[in-house]
Design a binder for this molecule. Structure first.
Ligand SMILES: [Zn+2]
Length: 75
């Protein structure tokens, strides 16, 4: 594979990712403070998780579990 072919493949990959991101964003409600990043660890939240929870989560799966455990202990 030469350089031009490699770049073409990369462009196609980027376009595919951008399209998926647009589709995922369109499925989320507009009036949410969630920008797709965890408020605790600032890592991107899994798109499947955002879609499943309709964009109402502001934590990734790991931090949500830890947050729930802390909340339970605080009670
Ligand atoms: Zn997190």
């Amino acid at each position: 594979m030469d350089r031009a072919q490699a770049l073409e493949g990369f462009d196609r990959e980027v376009a595919l990712v951008n399209t998926r991101a647009r589709i995922a964003a369109a499925q989320l409600p507009r009036d949410t403070s969630v920008d797709g990043f965890c408020i605790d660890c600032e890592q991107p939240i899994e798109p499947a998780r955002l879609v499943a929870l309709r964009g109402t989560t502001s934590r990734c799966a790991d931090c949500a579990v830890q947050f729930e455990q802390r909340a339970r202990m605080a009670r």
